[in-house]
Write a protein that binds this ligand. Structure first.
Ligand code: DC
Length: 217
């Protein structure tokens, strides 16, 4: 292992599709291990928000790349990033190679903190931190994910039918998995964690066991 690899040994990479429960799990893992946490989906959501707020078409790759370059000078309230349509828009800009390239370094800098870090996303274990000491790939059936997202959105007062959310999730899965640059897929050395039939406490316990086994091995 080279010295550069050693910096990422204590990174926990949590990847998976939309609404798989990876964000909740990653947050809980970070609290358990006392590590800093980065929700990398928020970076893509910020880029999408900036493009939309500036009045550009979300498919405009030049403006999306410019939004990445200007990201440090902007801030967005959390509620402007969490809505249903901004997740969809984030998935569109996330397929653009210039957007992905422009976001790599800040993610790696975060991951290289002494003591480690937890990052969740789609390509943490494959592209951002292939040397991460522990990699989890969190899945659940599209129906279970749609039901969770439906509960979350209606809880926030954002109206949406279950069927519309399921269609969103299938479309996002297809786009995130089908793009040529850093598609959503499990790293070869990731451990798959299907959360369909598990409570969050059970998911956390399973994830901790996986991390401990990796660290011991
Ligand atoms: O995890 P999320 O739903 O907040 O992510 C929003 C979109 O951003 C997702 O559909 C794909 C993209 N994304 C990505 O391509 N790579 C990441 N590491 C994180 C998110």
């Amino acid at each position: 292992m080279s010295p550069a690899d050693a910096r990422y040994r204590r990174v926990i990479a949590v990847d998976g599709p939309a609404a798989s429960g990876k964000g909740t799990l990653a947050r809980r893992l970070a609290a358990h291990y006392g590590l800093p946490y980065l929700d990398t989906g928020l970076l893509y959501r910020m880029v999408a928000r900036a493009v939309i707020d500036d009045g550009h078409d979300i498919r405009d790759a030049d403006h999306a790349a410019a939004a990445v370059a200007a990201l440090d000078g902007r801030s967005f309230p959390e509620e402007a990033l969490r809505g249903r349509e901004i997740g969809e828009a984030a998935s569109v800009v996330a397929a653009m190679p210039a957007v992905r390239a422009g976001l790599i370094e800040r993610q790696r800098r975060f991951a290289a903190q002494p003591g480690g870090a937890v990052l969740d996303g789609r390509d943490i274990g494959t592209v951002i931190c292939p040397q991460a000491g522990a990699k989890l790939f969190v899945t659940a059936t599209p129906e279970v994910r749609a039901a969770r997202r439906h509960r979350e959105l209606t809880g926030r007062g954002e109206p949406a039918t279950f069927d519309a959310i399921l269609a969103d999730i299938r479309r996002r899965d297809a786009r995130d998995s089908g793009r040529s640059d850093a598609p959503l897929k499990a790293a070869e050395d990731a451990v798959l964690l299907d959360t369909s039939a598990l409570t969050i406490d059970e998911v956390l316990a399973a994830a901790i066991a996986i991390v401990e086994a990796r660290r011991a091995g």
